[in-house]
Write a protein that binds this ligand. Structure first.
Ligand code: FPP
Length: 246
């Protein structure tokens, strides 16, 4: 459980590991272009980095990792690139789902109805096969958009109100969260974005309200375990006040 020491009104985070790290996997295309390679090669190297970082997070006791693998806007990319990302996702879902030694529990966050049917099948299989696993919880944000997630939650709640199953006064933040893809999960302590851009790009808009933001110049395929340890150390030195006073 998270518990913060109070020092002179500060929430002191210094001895706390984050429970949940969310990562925007950015910089794959540029990594490939810098090497004169087609962009999709960057995604393939980026997916190797995913494996290393997820394994490392599991080893050091991170409970949840959320990876922004494909946004609702990413369909605008060339078909060759989209196909390669989908191929890498199929492969990763298969790996996590079939190798019991991984012990990861998989959840996919996003509009799965809009995905190719074989990927939907793999998602169902991976979710089912890993349901009782006790290792790291791996959330893959796939065909995900934060605004879309919030809008869908609002629609589902509105339908309940219309049917008379819920009163408008019952709509609290706690209730709203139950309609998000991350239902029953802790909010991310860290949102990490490698790849030099300093923006959130429609990722976890609700859940990230109090996340510590860490932006890195390193392109995702070059990101290492040591870089992650440094990011965690940075997090541990931040004072989280959640709107309280200094
Ligand atoms: C953003 O980099 C990255 C993506 C849109 C795709 C990320 C997908 C993977 C790493 C593949 C598989 C995922 C998993 C979880 C196994 P970019 O292409 O926008 O980079 P750029 O800004 O340099 O062009």
């Amino acid at each position: 459980m998270l518990s913060f020491r109070h020092i002179g009104g500060y929430m002191d985070n210094s001895c706390k590991m984050p429970r949940h790290i969310a990562i925007i996997l950015d910089g794959n295309g540029r990594w490939a272009e810098q090497r004169g390679l087609p962009r999709f090669k960057g995604h393939s190297k980026g997916s190797e980095t995913v494996r290393e970082i997820v394994d490392h997070c599991d080893k050091i006791g991170i409970e949840y990792i959320t990876l922004y693998a494909f946004s609702t806007e990413n369909w605008k990319r060339p078909k060759e690139e989209v196909d390669e990302i989908m191929r890498l996702l199929r492969k990763y879902l298969d790996e996590l789902s079939k190798y019991a030694d991984k012990n990861a529990k998989i959840t996919v966050l996003g509009e799965t109805e809009g995905l190719p049917s074989d990927i939907r099948g793999k998602i169902m299989e991976a979710t089912e096969n890993t349901r009782n696993n006790t290792g790291i919880k791996v959330n893959i944000a796939l065909n995900y958009g934060g605004r879309q997630e919030i809008t869908n939650a609002a629609k589902r709640i509105a339908a309940l109100v219309k049917r008379g199953e819920l009163e408008p006064e019952d709509i609290t933040e706690n209730l709203f969260e139950k309609f998000l893809y991350t239902k029953d999960m802790p909010s991310p302590d860290i949102i990490l974005r490698p790849g030099r851009e300093k923006r959130i790009s429609n990722f976890l808009l609700w859940q990230g309200a109090y996340s510590e933001l860490i932006f890195e110049d390193i392109l995702w395929p070059d990101y290492t375990k040591e870089d992650l340890d440094r990011a965690i150390d940075d997090f541990k030195h931040r004072n989280r006040r959640y709107g309280g006073v200094k």
